[in-house]
Design a protein around this ligand. Structure first.
Ligand code: IVH
Length: 667
């Protein structure tokens, strides 16, 4: 009897997957939905009767599971890059000219695709089985959203071929019809509607409860391959997309191969004309040099490939009335004039505020209160006032005057000679700056205190429960639970999240401090270079400028920040309350054995995982990179090393086998 059930289960799984493939990849379903549901329920029933036959990649396992406490971090083995943008025909012509010049070619073939307006993700398959899915994050580190992605039916749980190890790159999005349906449901339940499909997709993917993700219909399109071992990749991008499709991945139907810049521009016009009728949102098209050998030759500039570009559709614009100009105070005290607008629908959302950037911009555009203005919104960017419809100016339109005192704390405002912005001089005395500093401290890339959002920070600061980040660690349950809209459970959750954030990294801690001009990348460089907080605290401007990419301006910002007794006090309190991170001893990184050396790891090591090898190397001061270039010092080649080994040999980079690598580590 078990034998029959087993056979039927296998048959049902194959059949259901075949229908999924027809539906999502071929866009050509062969049975009605009701028929599909029947097969699905039969499989569910059989699996319930025979739990021993249940496997994690059964199509029934797409319903979501136990909620998570938080998302784990995932280090991308090959970085997830971004694309440079072109907004005009000239910029596209310049892109093509650069490529032709670099390659010495008369004309280049390009693979062209829609630019999906969703969220970039990476999917890892081992031996053909889906094992992990992650968001892009900062390009190097993303969030593990495997459980949520399992519920997305367009993502195959296994590939049609048992490829040893492959990363599929693509975009999660929500179709327009599914977005409309979701908002209908939200409205019916009296819950908040989403502004656009992109936000709905993002909100659904970042759910700790995968059952919620399962209830939202997300879709997926693959557009590339990251690392790949155990399969020979074809030499052209268009062929790689065909391969992805054969493996079971949905890829855009609208993809083409075109010749030369006229081909690019023709495609842009063609897709522009189709845009409104497409079932999903796109915000432009992407052009990629089709030949992957030429791609390699062209390489990368910082975070984006030289061989690809996104040609964006023009930002959407709408006209409305500027009711008032208010001044907002940011984390660094910058005063930003913000236009309050009569609500207007633009680029898929209703806009009531738009940035005016700074005083000079207001003068340059001659914006006055009462004017009719053109508001512009491009993709995810904050809406801005583009220009004034001067002909519509009422006679009582008023000019804007920058206040002399901070609208929040009343301190004087000052403008440095070389800056466009006015700043409040109140520092952390200013509640607005305090609130922003706290939000920054708790943000995802800093100490990642889940649940500490603007409303709560507002309450905490206004109730004088929290003045500085260090005060977060002094919060107690009764006072917290007493806050409006809080309650015991949320208060406990918050305390847990605060506690959880205590274990961090030096780079995150430095970033969390919110030092002006010291963003995430600088914080990482500082942590790498100094290895310990005490080393950083002892640094002067000259030693700070030894750090990669730190110039006099950044160095001075750091010195100023650390010279402030108040800031030192907060740092001391944070440490005293148990915020901690692993440190590389008290030695300076410049003295570490592999400082300044770049390694690339490829293939499988017998003695340790690649992540472990990376950690060991980084602890010794090395930089571990995902791709081989002339700047690479060593390539460590484990078993079944692939194209990176070829590249290393081609460039004459030193290659170490595992034995040599272990010997080097032990030295
Ligand atoms: S390729 C190395 N292709 O655009 C190139 N990206 O600004 C990596 N995107 O994060 C990207 N559609 O989320 C590529 N057809 C497409 C795309 C696409 C949308 C997004 C992707 C990426 C962002 C880059």
């Amino acid at each position: 009897m078990t034998f029959d059930a087993k056979a039927r289960i296998a048959q049902l799984r194959t059949e259901i997957e075949r229908h999924n493939y027809r539906y999502y990849v071929l866009d050509d379903p062969s049975i009605p939905d009701a028929e599909f549901d029947k097969l699905f329920r039969e499989l569910q029933a059989l699996e319930a009767q025979h739990p021993e036959l249940l496997i994690p990649d059964s199509p029934t396992q797409r319903v979501g599971g136990k909620p998570l406490k938080s998302f784990a971090e995932v280090q991308h083995r090959t970085p997830m890059l971004s694309l440079n943008n072109a907004f005009s025909e000239e910029e596209v012509r310049a892109f093509d000219a650069r490529i032709r010049e670099a390659l010495g070619a008369a004309e280049v073939k390009y693979a062209v695709e829609p630019k999906f307006d969703g969220l970039a993700i990476t999917l890892t398959y081992r031996d053909g089985v889906f094992v992990q899915g992650a968001t892009r994050g900062d390009g190097n580190t993303g969030e593990d959203v495997t459980e949520n992605l399992r519920t997305v039916r367009a993502i195959p749980l296994h590939l049609s071929e048992p490829v040893a190890d492959v990363e599929v790159r693509g975009e999660v999005l929500m179709f327009k019809r599914d977005f409309a349906r979701l908002n209908d449901e939200q409205r019916a339940r009296g819950e908040k509607e989403f502004a656009n499909p992109r936000n709905a997709a993002a909100g659904s993917l970042r759910q700790l409860d995968s059952r919620i993700t399962a209830s939202r219909r997300l879709s997926f399109f693959a557009y590339g391959i990251g690392l790949c071992e155990g399969a020979v990749l074809p030499a052209r991008h268009d062929q790689q997309l065909v391969l992805l499709r054969r493996w079971g991945m949905p890829v855009a139907q609208q993809r083409r191969v075109v010749q030369g810049v006229e081909g690019l521009l023709g495609y842009y016009r063609e897709i522009g004309a189709q845009r409104a009728g497409l079932p999903f949102d796109i915000d432009g098209v992407v052009y990629k040099v089709n030949d992957t050998a030429l791609q390699q030759q062209l390489g990368f500039v910082s975070r984006a490939p030289r061989w690809a570009i996104a040609h964006k559709f023009p930002a959407e614009e709408a006209m409305t009335v500027l009711l008032d100009i208010e001044v907002q105070v940011g984390r660094t005290g910058a005063l930003t004039p913000v236009a309050r607008l009569a609500p207007v629908f633009v680029g898929g959302v209703t806009v009531t505020n738009a940035t005016l950037h700074n005083e000079d911009e207001i003068r340059r555009k001659d914006v006055r209160i009462g004017d009719t203005v053109i508001v512009r919104r491009a993709g995810d960017v904050i809406p801005e006032v583009a220009r004034v419809a001067v002909g519509k100016r009422p006679h009582d339109a008023r000019e804007f005057v920058m206040p002399e005192r901070c609208p929040v704390c009343g301190s004087h405002v000052a403008r440095l000679a070389d800056e466009a912005v006015w700043r409040c001089t109140g520092g952390l005395f200013c509640p607005a700056q305090r609130k922003q500093a706290l939000l920054h401290f708790a943000s995802r890339r800093a100490l990642n205190v889940e649940g500490l959002g603007d409303k709560l920070v507002e309450q905490l600061v206004d109730a004088h429960l929290v003045d500085t980040p260090a005060d977060l660690y002094k919060l107690e349950l009764p006072a917290l639970a007493d806050l409006e809209r809080m309650g015991e459970k949320s208060a406990l959750n918050l305390l847990h999240a605060i506690e959880h954030g205590k274990r961090t990294t030096l780079a995150r801690f430095i970033y969390a401090l919110g030092i002006r001009n010291a963003g995430e990348a600088t914080a990482k460089d500082l942590a790498q270079h100094f290895g310990s907080l005490d080393n950083l605290l002892a640094a002067d401007a000259a030693s700070l400028q030894q750090v990669r990419d730190v110039g006099p301006v950044v160095a001075q910002s750091i010195v100023d920040f650390l010279a402030e007794a108040h800031n030192r006090e907060v740092i001391a309190q944070l440490r005293a309350s148990g915020v901690h991170w692993p440190e590389h001893g008290q030695r300076q990184m410049t003295e570490l054995p592999f400082s300044g050396k770049t390694f690339v790891l490829t293939g499988t090591l017998a003695a340790m995982s690649r992540d472990e090898a990376r950690e060991k190397l980084e602890a010794l001061g090395a930089k571990v990179s995902g791709s081989v270039s002339k700047k690479t010092d060593y390539v460590v080649a484990g078993a079944e090393a692939g194209s990176k080994l070829d590249k290393a040999q081609e460039l004459g980079v030193v290659v170490l086998d595992e034995q040599q690598f272990m010997a080097l580590l032990n030295e």
